[in-house]
Write a protein that binds this ligand. Structure first.
Ligand SMILES: [Zn+2]
Length: 302
């Protein structure tokens, strides 16, 4: 036994120094290259001098995130059914709050996730159209706004606000009241450098005609159009589309939705105008991201 133990100790003495050296090397390597040795879950930061516009796949509804290096803006919060999808999407990007949350009009497919946004994220200002609505979802949103302490701004046509280098102009609603709640939609023109985006909520042809009459073709010209009312034939009048004459159009809708959105006539109009159309309901499509460097708008791949 003693001879055996003596051999073991000698062996241990021989092996110990290389084991220590290997351990030291591993610790040093981990400190020098931590991203190689563990999965890096840090979300990609926004590239300085650019903005991203995310049309988040929330099924039948709208939710648009504008990311800048000066903060974020959210336009609509999708239906309640997609609340978790929306929350996960934002968290994956490392979004914790918004300078502005715009809720275009009080329909459920636009404000269903609003209470979640106001409860789980920080919101500086909420922008709402000047109309009330009778629904549990609307009441929940108003209560969540109250509890969040966010500033409430009532949308006025022609009003402008900024987020970093972004200029946002409210182009609608232009009347105090509408028969159709969709026409109460806040329509936003987002300008970044020479590039521009037109976010139309569910505004229909009545509101489109008012926008045209109030602002004229030059103001409407944009690189990208978020097609009104999920591509319904009640929006995107030929005159409006001609004025905007976008390069890209995005249709936000749920696959196999019961409204038949987008309607064939709208797709035909966009095709005839030579617009490249992106849809959130396309297989493998999902959320759609565009990047603007202030000069050109490009779809982001991957
Ligand atoms: Zn809608």
């Amino acid at each position: 036994m003693p001879r055996k133990r003596g051999r073991f100790i000698r062996k241990a003495r021989r092996l110990l120094p290389p084991v220590i050296v290997i351990a030291i090397l591993l610790v040093a390597a981990y400190m020098a290259f931590p991203h190689i040795l563990r999965k890096d879950t840090t979300p990609a930061a926004i590239v300085s001098g650019s903005i991203e516009v995310h049309f988040i796949n929330v099924g039948q509804g709208d939710s648009i995130l504008i990311r800048t290096d000066s903060g974020n803006m959210l336009v609509d919060a999708g239906p309640g059914a997609a609340e978790e999808t929306l929350s996960d999407y934002l968290e994956r990007l490392g979004v914790t709050g918004f300078e502005y949350a715009v809720f275009t009009h009080p329909h459920e497919d636009h404000i269903g996730g609003a209470d979640m946004i106001l409860t789980d994220f920080t919101v500086g200002s909420v922008i709402l159209p000047d109309c009330t609505y009778n629904s549990a979802t609307y009441n929940r949103m108003m209560e969540a706004i109250d509890e969040s302490g966010a500033e409430v701004i009532v949308a006025e046509t022609g009003a402008k606000f900024t987020l970093g280098e972004i200029k946002a102009t409210i182009l609608a609603p232009n009347s105090p009241d509408y028969k159709n709640t969709n026409d109460n939609s806040i329509v936003l023109k987002i300008e970044y450098g020479q590039t521009s985006f037109l976010l139309t909520g569910d505004a229909e042809t009545v509101s489109e005609a008012e926008i045209l009459a109030t602002y004229g073709n030059d103001m409407l010209k944009c690189d990208l159009l978020k097609v009104g009312h999920h591509g319904s034939d009640t929006s995107t009048s030929p005159e409006f589309l001609t004025a905007v004459s976008p390069k890209y159009a995005v249709i936000s809708c749920g696959r196999g939705n019961s409204y038949g959105h987008p309607h064939a006539v709208t797709l035909q109009k966009l095709m005839n105008a030579g617009v490249t159309v992106f849809r959130t309901d396309e297989p493998g499509g999902g959320s759609i991201v565009f990047v603007s460097d202030g000069v050109i708008v490009t779809p982001k791949s991957g």
